[in-house]
Write a new protein. Sequence first.
Length: 145
Amino acid sequence: MRSAIIMTIVLGLAASAALAHSGVKDPQVKARMEGMKTMAADLKELGKMARGITPFDDAKAKAALISLKTENDRIPVLFAPEATDPKSEARPAVWTDPTGFARRTAEMGQALDVMTLSSASDIAASMRTFATACSACHQDYRIKK
Ligand code: HEC
């Protein structure tokens, strides 16, 4: 049950990436969307291992985690300019509430820091907090389209 919920979140996050950015013109918006897309791809990779769809692979799991941390660390820079594009899903709150946005970024970082990846079930166990951190920020700062 729990893993079904997690997978719904994971697939939802990953699927929206494919739809979103054809036709984005603003380079800054495009860059931040690409960053998010990378995070979604990493999450998907870990999600597949957690569910046993792909075999557990220590090196791949570690690479996905490093990539997630790198992308998360880039969020403050990528979202600093208040760039807009008709395709952007960023809420104005990203810039009107920078403290809250920074808090969500920090929470994501903490979830990634405590994540351990020693086995598929280990990934599955930490996946919940980690996927919740994505959704928590999206809830406040991303428009659902
Ligand atoms: C600190 C806030 C924050 C965190 C944490 C966060 N996101 Fe996002 N995400 C956003 C915002 C804001 C947008 C909208 C950006 C835009 O359209 O300009 C977005 C957009 C996206 C998109 C759509 C990208 C596109 O192509 O339009 C995907 C996919 C996504 N996020 C996945 C994730 C995943 C997966 C995680 C967790 C591993 C995550 N995000 C964590 C704020 C966040």
